[in-house]
Design a protein around this ligand. Sequence first.
Ligand SMILES: CSC[C@@H](O)[C@@H](O)C(=O)COP(=O)(O)O
Ligand SMILES: [Zn+2]
Length: 214
Amino acid sequence: MSFVNIPLEHKQAALQELSGIKEQFAARHWFPGTSGNLSLRVGDYTPENFHFAITASGKDKSVSTPSDFLFVDQDGRPCETTGLKPSAETLIHCEIYRETGCGAVFHVHTVFNNLVSEYFGEQGEVPIQGLELIKAFNIWEENAAITIPVLPNYAEIPKIAELVSGVLNQSIPGILLRGHGIYAWGQNAFEAKRHLEAFEFIFEYIYRDLLLRK
Ligand SMILES: CSC[C@@H](O)[C@@H](O)C(=O)COP(=O)(O)O
Ligand SMILES: [Zn+2]
């Protein structure tokens, strides 16, 4: 275990922000059956040596308790004395932080992201064109066409984590896991939340659009 002294005020600020977001997402029923995980980078550390707060594994994310989060290092190892286990999917967060230098990573399972990831699973990407909401990703070009990558949902998380760098597109702040959920990220919690909300809007739109065309 690699212990570090993250300044208390940084830890408290991170926990307060993450708890607030967890509550908001829970109110939208975005954590069914203990699914989902959230993380937020803490402090002003180098890209090679960073730490982040992450949800503890297997918790009911619709309630708030003192043991909801713990702090881990860039390899996902707890960096403080704790009986808590980091999210089973911590390695995916590590990989996204490493690849993008982002400040927050949010993962949720929803019916719409599961349906869309399955529908486009073989194709390996979800195509989108002409939707206003991609401006939430800072894409301003008129009628822009983008794709959201879809990775297979292997049982071994390291196997998924090692595929992240191969599909990650620096201008699209999200990756779907097939039949599982979405990972969305941003420079900070505000941006990651904006991205996640835009993705979820887009997935619901795609689902309803496919139904309408049948
Ligand atoms: C209980 S189903 C969801 C889990 O298998 C997993 O995908 C998930 O998102 C939550 O895992 P966790 O270890 O609590 O972060
Ligand atoms: Zn998950």
